[in-house]
Write a protein that binds this ligand. Structure first.
Ligand SMILES: Cc1cc2nc3c(=O)[nH]c(=O)nc-3n(C[C@H](O)[C@H](O)[C@H](O)COP(=O)(O)OP(=O)(O)OC[C@H]3O[C@@H](n4cnc5c(N)ncnc54)[C@H](O)[C@@H]3O)c2cc1C
Length: 372
């Protein structure tokens, strides 16, 4: 086990999914590992807030469900979605390692992951998600954490924020300065930065993604972008700084997520006038900026009993029901509109037109095709 002042073999900054998986992999390879996490445990990370769904094409779980595809098929969907902007080598490497990772987590570390057969992410041509039974990232991260804590070669240190990197005479990274009671230099042979993005840092969001600067932040509080600032100090280049993941269906003020599965199964999103304002097929992240353009930055998810039934497997949805974020059932669209204080005539017209288009009796004016 690592002693104070001693050089660490592999030092990992950040105890989210990436950091803990890196720790397990490095320890399996024989290294002594230290993970420094600024929060008091792992449940403040984005991984803990997520749906815990791990994307992988070509796992044995996918094959057992009768779906035969390759990492190249997944890469094809990714390139179609990002218009070939992502680095082809990195994208392919991630797609190839994904099925290996999923099977390794299950077989080597006993992480419970089940194949998801009822929810395709926007842009996915196949079912290819693997999630813990509760479909929560909290369950996933706690399982990873248990594996990390039980490992004799990994030391997990909570309540310890890394403040800056240490560099040697030729600029190489050779450790970190971390803050517990006071700043402490920790030398390390290798440093892995697994601190995620900068969504929790308003100032950086305003600098790089001004259109999202005033949006309600729904991610982990620890993601404040220090690693980006350290990289800048070392002369690194930045790219894709305006890329972000948003969620268009966060219930406000409840703070729960109305799972996008509701939309995938045919739900629609309207504004106060009862009108749809963008094509839901674009997915929850791209859709979010259209919500921000609506009056009071609010929109309303409209679903029926069939959709509610189909999405019961998502704990996010059950939480939203428990929090009172989902109202109903209502006998009529007028009653629904009245409860939401939105325009009843607009809503009725919207629903009638949408249902007609989805039955194939017309074209959806917003171009939606995947209507559940
Ligand atoms: C609501 C929601 C749902 C999502 N659902 C999915 C999903 O189902 N599937 C999917 O693939 N993705 C999903 N995502 C995205 C996914 O959660 C993230 O991409 C992923 O969890 C990132 O993992 P990470 O380990 O890089 O970062 P995180 O899990 O955020 O961990 C980073 C950790 O680093 C720590 N840290 C940061 N700076 C420092 C520092 N200076 N010193 C010490 N520690 C530091 C933070 O406190 C944090 O614990 C979702 C995201 C959200 C918000």
């Amino acid at each position: 086990m690592h002693r104070r002042g001693e050089e660490v073999e592999v030092l990992i900054v950040g105890g989210g999914g990436a950091g803990l998986v890196a720790a397990l992999a490095a320890a399996e390879g024989g290294a002594q590992v230290v993970v420094l996490e600024k929060a008091k445990d792992v449940t403040f990370s984005n991984t803990a807030r997520s749906g815990g769904m791990v994307m992988a094409a070509g796992t044995r779980f996918q094959k057992a469900a009768g779906i035969h595809e390759t990492p190249e098929d997944l890469a094809k969907d990714i390139f179609a979605r990002n218009h070939h902007q992502s680095d082809p080598e990195v994208t392919m490497a991630l797609c190839r390692v994904a099925p290996v990772l999923v099977e390794w987590l299950v077989d080597r570390w006993g992480i419970q992951l089940e194949f998801v057969r009822d929810f395709k992410y926007p842009g996915h041509s196949q079912f290819r998600m693997h999630a813990p039974p509760s479909r929560t990232g909290r369950e996933l991260i706690i399982q990873l954490w248990e594996a990390v804590k039980a490992h004799p070669r990994i030391l997990f240190v909570p309540n310890t924020a890394v403040e800056r990197l240490l560099t040697g005479s030729s600029g190489e990274v050779c450790g970190v300065v971390a803050v517990t009671q006071g700043p402490e230099e920790i030398p390390a042979k290798r440093v892995i930065l697994a601190c995620d993005g900068f969504g929790g840092n308003r100032e950086l969001v305003r600098r790089y993604i001004p259109e999202m600067a005033d949006a309600y932040y729904f991610g982990g509080v620890g993601n404040t972008g220090e690693a980006i600032l350290w990289g800048l100090e070392l002369g690194a280049d930045l790219a894709f700084m305006d890329a972000y993941q948003a969620h268009a269906t966060v219930a406000y003020p409840h703070g729960t997520l109305v799972t996008w599965a509701v939309i995938v199964h045919g739900g629609i999103i309207v504004n106060r006038a009862g009108q749809r304002f963008a094509n839901e097929d674009i997915g929850y992240s791209s859709f979010a900026r259209h919500v921000l353009e609506q009056e009071e930055r609010l929109a309303y998810v409209i679903l029926d009993g069939r959709i509610l039934e189909l999405t019961q497997g998502f704990s996010e949805l059950r939480e939203s029901v428990e929090a009172g974020a989902i109202r109903g059932p209502f006998e009529t669209l007028e009653a629904l509109a009245e409860s939401l204080h939105i325009d009843a005539t607009g809503l009725t017209e919207t629903v009638v037109q949408y249902n007609r288009a989805m039955r194939g009796e017309g074209i959806d004016p917003l171009g939606r095709k995947e209507g559940g």
